[in-house]
Design a protein around this ligand. Sequence first.
Ligand SMILES: Cc1cc2nc3c(=O)[nH]c(=O)nc-3n(C[C@H](O)[C@H](O)[C@H](O)COP(=O)(O)O)c2cc1C
Length: 176
Amino acid sequence: MNVLVLSGGPRKHGRSAIAAKCIAENHKTDLIDLSQFALPLFTGEESQPADSQVKKLKEAAEKADGFVLLSPEYHGGISGALKNALDFLNSGYFAQKPVALVSVAGGGKGGINTLNQMRTIMRALYANTIAKQLVLDPHCFDMEAKALHAEPAGLVNELMDELALYLEISKQIRKL
Ligand SMILES: Cc1cc2nc3c(=O)[nH]c(=O)nc-3n(C[C@H](O)[C@H](O)[C@H](O)COP(=O)(O)O)c2cc1C
């Protein structure tokens, strides 16, 4: 089963990029890290689907059986980068696919707004967003090692196990 981690952190050296890389490496998923991706601003112009980065994003989303959507919390919400990327994708890329949500927040009890916004957007795209979700605060990160500490890494494992369960269920449903 193919899982795509779509990371909406725009900062190349941000915590979202670290979390996304850790998840993708430890769980052998595909990764689109928007901090490494020169995605144009969505305008709806007819020329945009021909853009190489837009094509890459669409190909990765098409191939995915499920997603991990990851966003930093900026001003009480998801990053503009993630919303822009999602505006290139329609429900055909998400319908009936399981999605796990991770938000990367500032440690002041933030993160839940971002999770809720991602959940609303995923509902609009007919995805099956799983109930289990995760907020990663700054203390979750070993910034020198550019890694997650053991305890949050364990929470990520639990989230990914849950996602795997729903991936299996969605596979069975597709066979019906
Ligand atoms: C523009 C901006 C707005 C932020 N707003 C919030 C916020 O509303 N709530 C919160 O918990 N953290 C907020 N933070 C802190 C970030 O969520 C935190 O630094 C996190 O690591 C961001 O991910 P990044 O390192 O990938 O950029 C904000 C940070 C920035 C740069």
